[in-house]
Design a protein around this ligand. Sequence first.
Ligand SMILES: [Zn+2]
Length: 432
Amino acid sequence: MIILKGVKLFDGERLREGLYDLLIEGRIVKRIVPTGNMNMFEGAKVIDLSGKIACPGFIDIHVHLREPGGEWREEIKSGALAGAYGGFTTIVAMPNTNPPIDSPELVRFVKLTGERAKGAKVLPAGSVSKGREGKELTEMARMVKEGAVLFTEDGSPTVRTDLLRSAMLYAKDLGVRIMEHPEDPYLSENGQINEGKVSAISGLKGIPATSELIDVERCIALSRELDVPIHITHVSTALAIRAIRKAKEEGVKVTCDVTPHHLTLDESKILESGYDSVYKVRPPLRSLEDVEALWDALRNGVIDAIATDHAPYHIDEKDLPFEEAPSGIASLECAVAVVLDAWEKRNRPVSLDRLLRLFTSGPSRVLPESYRSLGYLREGGFADITVIDLDKVSRVDVSTWKSKARLTPWNGLSLKGWPILTMVEGEIINDI
Ligand SMILES: [Zn+2]
């Protein structure tokens, strides 16, 4: 038995008044009572967390674990551990591996390897098409049976609209959602960075904001027509936010997430750094106005989740001229701190309740119904708990990371607001 003593309690929806003691027995949250009212159980391990915030375990619905086929960049095991150290108790593994996760057997492989990892829970996403070739749908029903929680071609868009439309219809019957990486591949072809000031100065080929908008509008049109939900991941532009906001107001079942890097970095970093490939990412870092639009969207509820798009590469792979380097930012272990620190520096423009929902009940709603309880902290539920300390200041130090990635834009920076304890089904993984 473990007692988390004297915590503030965020239950998945709101921060409750007062302080609480949580009794964890085995894998379950046995009791939640106002602090001081818990009978002390003999042999229970008591962890005094006076004033820290206990939340439902954080959920990251967009993570690249690179296994199978890219184990030198990350493995399911290293990624699951990195997730837990970063404050996440559940992570969704993207299917653009080599081979891609396009069969029931591979879904099973990811799931079982994740279970053995003893870190964050790993939920597999399946690819929409066989071989990610964009031609033929995968056996979605059998893949869902093995544990696939989302379907996506992530890394690229689902180019053929007829395929996307069929996938959405199957997904509805199966109780899962399609997650779209919004990009028009013709508009973004050979693109390196955002089309705008920096592309004009640098001569690097730009990716226009309309590349994202066009795919977002396509998803909205299909969702409206079919009355089927769709999730749009890593939204990066003011244009797309405006379209999603309007669609939501009309009742279209569209959800979306944003990344910590698009919330905190803009295209000027590329110039300032002398074209450091650590800032190369897809969708690209956008303009300052876009960053502001993302924060507005956090504030007014257009965004449903914050997801990292943790994309680990070996240091040698990224150590190339900007144009030749692969796209991706690794962030799993500092993402929560990056967001909390930016939120603090911006004088807390979003209520704490809303911000915490974006890591908990928000993403859990994108998952199938049977995973809904993951986003809530309740008596009788699984003891998946993330404790955060808004006052803790610590430096990002990649040398201590559990992830195999060593490149991140925040290395060496001091950030305020960190997860200090991660518990997955009653097991403490990260206790700092
Ligand atoms: Zn993507």
